[in-house]
Design a protein around this ligand. Structure first.
Ligand SMILES: Cc1cc2nc3c(=O)[nH]c(=O)nc-3n(C[C@H](O)[C@H](O)[C@H](O)COP(=O)(O)OP(=O)(O)OC[C@H]3O[C@@H](n4cnc5c(N)ncnc54)[C@H](O)[C@@H]3O)c2cc1C
Length: 459
């Protein structure tokens, strides 16, 4: 039974009794395990004695997404298809846009279900679908532990303010669910379009004419199995030490689960259950990142209509940055110089190469990286737009509420004012001396070089 707080009704036409099936339009939760939207759709199908179909629409217009993002996503979807088939549920992927495929399916749909997403484009798709839905259209919140609106009805200032609100609700809402085959099997149903062949998606990738910035990422494989294998590896070999070492860039003591969380290939609830009873002091530190920090970012994207714009930053930060906008900037780089990692700062260049070539960046370096873009750009607004563009284009976990909140954090969001200084005003400052004091930075550079060489061997 799905908690009612996860369920919203986006359109209220009556059930289409003549419809041939219940449809789950999968979008943000690209998995079978612990997928509350899928479980709800199965419940609806069983109650109506109709079969269930799961649908996915490929959207090539997802502006900055590169071929490697689609590859990662399709690897995950191929696995979803196999698992759904084993449950007797067909999975139809439309090649040419979400809405176009849904419009073709709609006359046959009795009840429509989707998963909740938080960013602008994803929310707009749901609005557009609600407009033409000719049956009840439910949205189920699947990608956060505590339902977002219940956690808070406003934009939260900081992790501390959200933590106070959600801490006690985590245990209650982290309910494990089992996905069981629906009563009716429907594998023989035919879609009203030619579905994408997921067993060989290289042709699909070619036909989407996607950009290939940064090249392929064969070292990052998408899918639920990979996600759960990463989680097991993390618990076995990195959780013990996470609290003290996850910030150290010369080590890889974090879970590397963010791309899987971004594509909804693993649920934060599954991760929570896997770690919560491990008897280590590192567990609460990890759960703080996974639940409080992550859900703070979701709160930010949901409640701040300007979450992806410079103007969406806190008033104190905008005021202070504006006051210092005319400050002399001793070092300036163009966007191309930044993108190509051509700065005087070897740590920053290594982080940028980690981003472009490996599709990821160590958490601590992400902060430093963003701060330096402020220092080296002509204006803070330009810095914000550059950081977001690079993050969204190259991070395998990019275009996520976490990415928008992470970039905004570099400019003061969810932080407090610090001592005033040139260019940054009251925004927190970071420098290379701080990195050197805390970490083995030559170890970080060596690690990145090694990982890039390994990846190139795989390519
Ligand atoms: C400038 C900047 C840009 C960022 N861009 C992104 C992005 O595009 N996508 C993205 O998912 N994260 C982003 N982050 C947040 C964070 O850096 C990553 O989530 C984290 O590094 C992912 O590594 P991991 O999965 O090994 O994390 P772990 O340390 O293993 O943490 C587990 C999970 O907790 C969540 N988490 C961890 N740290 C944070 C954090 N600071 N804020 C919110 N959630 C967190 C993530 O979902 C992560 O997968 C950004 C941070 C900054 C400062």
């Amino acid at each position: 039974m799905i908690e009612p707080q996860r369920i919203s009704l986006l359109a209220i036409p009556p059930v289409n009794e003549a419809g041939a099936y219940v449809l789950y339009w999968m979008q943000a939760a690209q998995r079978v395990r612990q997928n509350e939207a899928l479980a709800f759709a199965i419940e609806q199908a069983n109650a109506l004695k109709k079969p269930l179909v799961v649908y996915f629409g490929l959207e090539r217009s997802f502006s900055t997404a590169q071929r490697r993002h689609f590859q990662f996503m399709l690897e995950g979807l191929a696995e979803v298809q196999q698992t759904l088939h084993s449950l007797g549920i067909p999975f139809w992927v439309h090649h040419d846009g979400i809405l176009a495929g849904l419009a073709k399916l709609m006359p046959s749909v009795s009840v429509l279900v989707t998963d909740r997403a938080y960013t602008r484009t994803e929310r707009l798709w749901r609005k557009q679908v609600a407009h033409f839905a000719s049956c009840p259209f439910f949205e189920i919140e699947t990608n956060v532990v505590v339902p977002l609106k219940l956690a808070s009805d406003k934009q939260e200032y900081s992790a501390a303010t959200l933590r106070r609100k959600i801490e006690r609700m985590i245990g209650y809402f982290a309910q494990s669910i089992e996905i069981e085959a629906p009563s009716l099997s429907t594998l023989s149903l035919e879609p009203p379009f030619k579905p994408v062949e997921l067993s060989d998606f290289s042709q699909v990738l070619d036909s989407l004419s996607l950009e290939q910035k940064g090249g392929a990422c064969p070292h990052l494989k998408g899918g639920e199995t990979q996600a759960h294998a990463k989680l097991s590896l993390f618990i076995e070999s990195k959780l013990d030490g996470y609290a003290t070492l996850h910030n150290d860039p010369s080590n890889t003591y974090s879970s590397s689960l963010s791309p899987y969380l971004h594509f909804g290939q693993i649920s934060a609830i599954d991760i929570y259950h896997a770690v919560k009873d491990v008897d280590l002091p590192d567990v609460p530190v990890f759960l703080e990142e996974l639940i409080v920090r992550r859900e703070l970012a979701y709160n930010y994207a949901w409640y701040n209509p300007l979450y992806d714009a410079y103007e969406g930053l806190p008033a104190w930060a905008l005021k202070s940055l504006a006051y210092h906008e005319q400050d002399r900037r001793p070092v300036l780089y163009s966007f191309a110089e930044l993108e190509q990692a051509q700065t005087h700062d070897t740590y920053w260049n290594a982080a940028q190469r980690e981003l472009t070539e490996l599709g990821t960046m160590h958490n601590y370096l992400r902060m430093y990286w963003g701060k330096k873009i402020i220092e080296w750009s002509p204006t803070p607004k330009e810095a914000f737009n550059r950081a977001l563009a690079l993050n969204n284009t190259y991070q395998m976990d990019g275009r996520d509420p976490n990415g928008y909140a992470g970039v905004a954090w570099c400019f003061g969001t969810h932080d407090r004012p610090w001592a005033e200084r040139p260019i940054f005003g009251n925004i927190r400052y970071m420098n290379d001396k701080g990195l050197e004091r805390k970490f083995d930075m030559s170890g970080y550079i060596a690690r990145i070089e090694k990982e890039i060489a390994l990846k190139n061997r795989l390519s």
